[in-house]
Design a protein around this ligand. Structure first.
Ligand code: 1QQ
Length: 394
């Protein structure tokens, strides 16, 4: 009962006056540095995914500033670690909005976090680009929320179709998902529907938690169901352990991993037993656009490996913000704007633009959903316990 804790003089009208004058005070803020916030997981198990986003964003900062930044003025990325949970994402967003005064935010890592933190940016009228939020319903959180990460509904079915291409005899499927994660519950819905649409029988559906480490119960159920395909929607640590335990206990068939398993940072978890896992991709280093080919060339020169999906998407998120800011700056120099107005203008411009990114040409619909054409499927190939790669399938 918050209301009863208010001091007796706190009349609602007084509260409104106070809030108004505070927001007027904030509006007087001019834009001094061109700061873009990056709120991704740098710690916790979610950092297995977030680390690649940090690399992709930092690469964008260096690469795009090297090519003139915002019409000759460099921009700055401000990183705030979200950790792996909702509270961490909320805290990172609040810091970026009120302390760092960023123009827009690329983040957070998980859809589970986005459903908690994006409403904060929406209320503050700060544009957000989700770099990896793929659950159903993300752009619909609000007018200031868009994403460069194509939704599970369009990405995930590609993995099932590819599995059937590799083995047309597949009939029975086991589906497993992390029930405490919004992305995983969204993705498993798509996987289960796609399996049925492809004429497959979902023989068993098993649930787990992203914090689980022992999957004996679920693996036993999968083995008893005698399936020829296993489809996992979880995150990297739990997903990797699940793959490992499926193989250790004797499962021999194909495994599809969802987007949460889409990182080589999972290799230390399942090691050689990661081999063969099929994962749909919203990015390919082979995408032939000039924007992607120069990105791949310079990224590979710097990191000695091809860019992974999460790095490419984080790069694209920063790139979209930068290109939208360039357009605005050409009409009215960024340092002459007031912060609130520029944030609102940036949001408008993001949605209006068309962008040549490493993901291929992208744009946004009026809700902020990414419009992207090309998707791919890759398969993990382990050379030994430590080293492996994602091999793109035809
Ligand atoms: C989401 C995801 C994650 C697995 C990406 C890191 O797709 O949470 O929406």
């Amino acid at each position: 009962q918050r209301r009863s804790q208010l001091p007796s003089f706190a009349h609602p009208a007084l509260g409104a006056t106070l809030a108004l004058s505070l927001s007027l005070g904030a509006q007087a803020q001019k834009v001094e540095t061109i700061s873009i916030g990056v709120a991704v997981a740098q710690t916790s198990n979610t950092a297995l995914l977030g680390q690649e986003q940090v690399i992709g964003a930092k690469f964008a900062e260096k690469f795009l500033n090297g090519r003139g930044g915002i019409n000759g003025t460099p921009f700055k990325l401000v990183f705030q670690d979200t950790g792996g949970d909702e509270a961490g994402a909320i805290n990172a967003f609040q810091n970026l909005i009120t302390k760092d005064r960023v123009l827009g935010i690329v983040g957070p890592t998980l859809s589970q976090q986005a459903f908690a933190s994006d409403p904060i940016a929406e209320r503050a009228k700060v544009p957000v680009l989700g770099p990896s939020n793929t659950a159903k319903g993300i752009p619909q959180i609000g007018n200031f929320i868009a994403r460069v990460s194509a939704p599970v509904a369009v990405v995930a079915p590609n993995a099932v179709r590819q599995a059937l291409k590799l083995d047309p005899k597949i009939k029975e499927v086991a589906v497993l998902y992390a029930q405490n994660d919004a992305f995983s519950t969204s993705e498993t819905g798509t996987f289960q529907q796609t399996a049925k649409d492809q004429g497959l029988t979902v023989a068993t559906v098993q649930k787990f938690q992203t914090t689980d480490t022992d999957f004996t119960t679920q693996v036993t159920a999968v083995l008893n169901a005698k399936v020829d395909l296993v489809i996992i929607s979880g995150l990297a640590a739990d997903g990797g352990n699940l793959v490992k335990q499926l193989r250790q206990l004797g499962y021999k068939g194909l495994i599809i991993g969802g987007n949460g398993l889409n990182t080589s940072n999972m290799f230390p978890v399942c090691q050689k037993l990661c081999d063969g896992v099929i994962i749909a991709q919203a990015y390919s280093p082979a995408q032939p656009s000039a924007a992607n080919q120069v990105f791949v060339k310079e990224y590979t020169a710097q990191y000695k490996k091809a860019p992974p999906q999460f790095a490419a998407q984080a790069y694209a998120g920063v790139q979209v913000m930068v290109e939208a800011l360039k357009v605005i700056d050409r009409k009215k120099k960024l340092n002459t704007w007031d912060l609130d107005d520029l944030r609102a203008e940036l949001n408008k411009q993001i949605l209006l633009g068309k962008y040549s990114t490493p993901l291929g040409p992208i744009a946004f619909d009026k809700e902020g959903e990414v419009i992207q054409k090309e998707f791919y499927v890759a398969q993990i190939r382990m050379k030994d316990a430590k080293t492996g790669s994602f091999v793109y399938l035809k």
